[in-house]
Design a protein around this ligand. Structure first.
Ligand SMILES: [Zn+2]
Length: 481
């Protein structure tokens, strides 16, 4: 049994957020009736000529800039030849050499360490259509054929399944942040292939790799890579060899399955597409696009930690979703207690958003209202528990939390005199526990806090109840000893 090191590289495919397809003016939108969004170009009819969508070039270049790539002023589209029923041209139009972006890297923190992953290249290509298998027949829907993709190819710098999933999260966050993709993974806007091999620890030579295709969630990336590492290890330990092949991930059974032997680049007989001129990008244009880039997730997270005192974990969660990060900034501008806002967002808002399938900016409960709610808690008007209890209703309808609390009579009781009477009554009703508590069983304090809260319908200010109880019980102690 040897000790192995996993070597992992990802190829991430992202659908670019353009209005039209890569080489024609058909709409590039998800869904629609089959073959409604198809013309002679994306249907691959003989003689139809492609014309490159400039917006796709802009988004590909912006992705490259955000991932620290060199941008090539001159790149080419090639024909990547293979037969597939839903690929009407008989080849995919893809950039081989040179691609539009290359030699970049991504840095992110993972398990407390800064991880740097090289980006080999980013290139543009068109997507295929879809085969539908209906009652023994196979039907073709070409609506997706020709939609613009970028493929981001990483260096084999990843060493574990969690790290691979984290890399995919980072890519997702960056591409959504810069508006290159909508990032909707259920609709296949982002998917990836994972190349995995093992080698003995300390070896500088790569082992034989397998490629697991079409992983469409962060979780599936992690599960498929985990499975593949374990499968290859067992095979090598048995004295077997790894076969270079393409595999599929069966998400229901959580296993990868052999699909076909893996092609090498020469099998595709790449050659420059004679119907498309070279892609020339003016350096001035590149600088213009660079200037348009918004603040990226990693520097934004650092700023959240430094300016608002967030924990790294809170900051990372907020910036991984641009809508959530924007929501946070809008709320914290009105109520500058970053940790309180972040805690409310994580515990309440983002949880409700996820359950409702909404982005933060689609919620009826606006940032100003969340800021108001945070103010009610920090001002002692309501407890965090009350906030939690009323949140689903606030989230469903929006509106002012202060009015809601007033109308429902939910304000905390912070009147010491009123609470003292309740504390005394509760102590008098439970003399044995009171005596035990005075005798040193301080754990019983929470028993009394619970009694007071129950009697006040959960509205007593918990901090005040605590201090009143302590005062009473200590009084008792001094008289008895
Ligand atoms: Zn078309």
């Amino acid at each position: 049994m040897s000790e192995y090191e996993a070597v992992i590289g990802l190829e991430v495919h992202a659908q670019l957020k353009t209005a039209s397809k890569l080489f024609c003016s058909c709409p590039a939108v998800f869904g629609g009736e089959p073959n409604e969004q198809v013309c002679e170009v994306c249907a691959g009819l003989p003689g139809a000529l492609p014309r490159l969508n400039e917006k796709a070039v802009e988004l590909a270049v912006k992705a490259g800039l955000a991932m620290n790539c060199a941008i090539n002023n001159y790149s080419l589209f090639a024909r990547k030849n293979y037969f597939y029923p839903d690929l009407p041209d008989g080849y995919q139009t893809s950039q081989f050499a040179p691609p539009v972006c290359e030699n970049g890297y991504l840095e992110f923190s993972h398990e407390g360490e800064t991880k740097r992953v090289g980006i080999t290249r980013i290139h543009m290509e068109n997507d295929a259509g879809k085969c539908l298998h209906v009652r023994g027949a196979t039907l073709l829907d070409l609506n997706r054929a020709g939609t613009p993709l970028i493929e981001i190819v990483s260096e084999p710098d990843l060493r574990g399944a969690e790290e691979a999933a984290e890399f995919m999260r980072q890519v997702h966050a960056i591409l959504v942040c810069i508006g290159a993709t909508d990032g909707n993974m259920e609709e296949g806007s982002l998917r990836c292939d994972a190349n995995v091999s093992l080698r003995p620890v300390g070896s500088g030579v790569y082992g034989v790799r397998t490629e697991t295709k079409n992983l469409n969630s962060f979780r599936n990336v992690q599960k498929a890579v985990d499975y593949e590492i374990a499968r290859q290890k067992a095979r090598l330990d048995d004295g077997g060899a790894i076969v270079q092949e393409t595999r599929l991930f069966d998400a229901a059974r959580q296993v990868t399955l052999a699909m076909r032997s893996k092609e090498d680049a020469h099998d595709y007989r790449y050659f420059p597409n004679p119907d498309l001129p070279p892609v020339i990008v003016d350096p001035a244009k590149i600088e213009e696009w660079r200037a348009q880039l918004p603040e990226l997730p990693a520097p934004r997270a650092r700023r959240f930690v430094e300016s608002f005192g967030l924990t790294e974990e809170d900051a990372a969660i907020l910036v991984s979703d641009k809508a959530a990060a924007d929501y946070f900034e809008a709320a914290v501008a009105l109520f500058p207690q970053g940790r309180r806002i972040a805690a409310l967002m994580r515990a309440e808002l983002l949880r409700e958003c996820e359950a409702a399938g909404l982005r933060a900016d689609e919620a009826k409960f606006a940032p100003a209202e969340l800021a108001e709610l945070a103010g009610l808690i920090d001002g002692g008007e309501i407890s965090a528990r009350t906030a939690h209890e009323i949140f689903p209703e606030l989230f469903a309808h929006g509106g002012s939390p202060a009015s809601f609390v007033r109308e429902r009579g939910l304000s905390q009781i912070s009147d010491a005199g009123e609470l003292e009477a309740v504390v005394d009554a509760v102590l008098a009703e439970n003399p044995d526990e009171a005596a035990a508590c005075k005798g040193g069983k301080t754990r019983l304090l929470s028993f009394f806090v619970g009694k007071v809260m129950a009697r006040t319908g959960g509205k007593a200010n918990p901090a005040l109840v605590n201090s009143l109880l302590r005062a009473r019980l200590e009084e008792g102690q001094s008289t008895e000893t």
